[in-house]
Write a protein that binds this ligand. Structure first.
Ligand code: ACO
Length: 329
């Protein structure tokens, strides 16, 4: 049976660093480095330059991943971008990426699953490659959240940063290597706890939307926290059980870096040492759908991922939507 495999990874981080202290000193937000670090593990985040769009960041990360994969944009059959901050409501950010890369034969679309977007995109790419319908698929997670957070809501604005991560996926003929399985879930009764309520078809842009800042992210942090811990634990067990593995078989965890406390709680429940969970939240904050490919690229370029290592990937975001993937490197 043919599987899919991740054959290249890449990252793009905007140059500008905004530390926790900068939030208070430069932006006048009533917070502190100590509060943010203790509650979230975040020390700094990146901010895209004026004029820089999601497709620009995606294209940089994609080039980085294509170089490692050793293929050219012309080889790509499909480009999927997981994002909730596309360049414009439509067309898809993926279409802009296609033009910037010159990936002329690639079919392009975006996936809207918030912080789980790149994991959902990986799962879609996996299905197309398994069936033989496509050979090479570029999966990007890219988010420009600093443009859509409510800078007057200190409980949410301190969490997020801008970034893009990319994974090039291709065919794998060995039965014991590559993406072993993916598992996706959504609980649509929880849409209100993490969303942008205004500016869509339900509540189109109006002066009222702008006055109430409803075009920006709103979050019920405690509810998100509780659901995230339970969902990530359960979907991890699902992936392991599906393939006949136990938590102790996992060599690396590549998880969406939502919040260090969430990751600590999930690792504890899974009885996987936190040292196996690759971290970057201290440096880049919560980068939403960019988080999983960014973290994978970091581990990959550090040489931490050895042939045959079992990798557990997991992510959760607004929807609430979550998922896992089990990969044999
Ligand atoms: N700095 C200082 N004080 C703050 C800040 C801040 N940035 N934000 C909130 N506070 C204050 C509040 O005003 C409140 O003060 P009060 O007691 O005087 O009223 C106090 O801190 C507690 O506020 P809570 O909102 O209850 O804070 P909580 O302890 O729940 O922490 C947090 C907030 C960190 C967001 C937490 O709920 C959390 O980790 N939630 C998970 C959310 C998350 O990770 N979201 C990521 C996006 S979703 C995803 O990626 C899956």
């Amino acid at each position: 049976m043919q599987r899919s495999r991740i054959i290249g990874t890449g990252t793009y981080l905007p140059e500008k660093v905004l530390t926790n202290d900068d939030l208070t000193k430069q932006l006048g937000i009533d917070t502190s480095d100590a509060w943010i670090r203790e509650r979230t593990g975040i020390g700094a985040r990146r901010v895209a330059a004026p004029g820089e769009a999601t497709s620009d960041m995606s294209t940089h990360a994609a080039r980085h991943a294509l170089d490692l994969a050793g293929i050219t944009p012309a080889d790509l059959d499909m480009i999927i971008v997981g994002t909730i901050t596309p360049d414009m409501p439509f067309p898809a950010a993926a279409a802009f990426v296609q033009a910037k890369l010159g990936a002329t034969k690639a079919a392009c679309f975006d996936v809207s699953a918030a912080c789980a977007g790149s994991l959902y995109a990986l799962s879609i790419a996996d299905q197309f490659i398994r069936t033989g319908a496509m050979k090479y698929v570029l999966v990007v997670g890219a988010e420009l959240l600093t443009r859509i957070v409510n800078w007057q809501d200190r409980a949410s604005c301190v969490l997020f940063g801008d970034a893009a991560g990319a994974m090039v996926m291709g065919p794998e003929s060995r039965d014991d290597r590559g993406v072993l399985s993916t598992h996706l879930h959504t609980d649509g009764t929880q849409t209100a706890i993490l969303c942008i309520p205004g500016g869509g078809s339900a509540k189109p842009f109006s002066q009222e939307v702008l006055d109430k800042r409803e075009q920006l992210v709103t979050m019920q942090g405690r509810e998100v926290y509780k659901i995230a811990v339970r969902a990530l634990e359960s979907v991890s067990h699902e992936a392991l059980a599906h393939n006949g593995y136990r938590p102790q078989d996992v060599a690396h965890v590549i998880a969406h870096q939502a919040n260090l406390r969430i990751l600590e709680a999930v690792m504890k429940r899974l009885e996987i040492p936190l040292s196996k969970c690759h971290l970057n939240i201290e440096r880049v904050g919560n980068t939403s759908s960019a988080s999983v490919p960014l973290t994978l690229d970091q581990a990959n370029r550090q040489g931490a991922l050895k042939d045959g290592d079992l990798i557990l990937m997991m992510a959760i975001g607004g929807g609430m939507s979550w998922g896992s993937a089990l990969v044999r490197w």
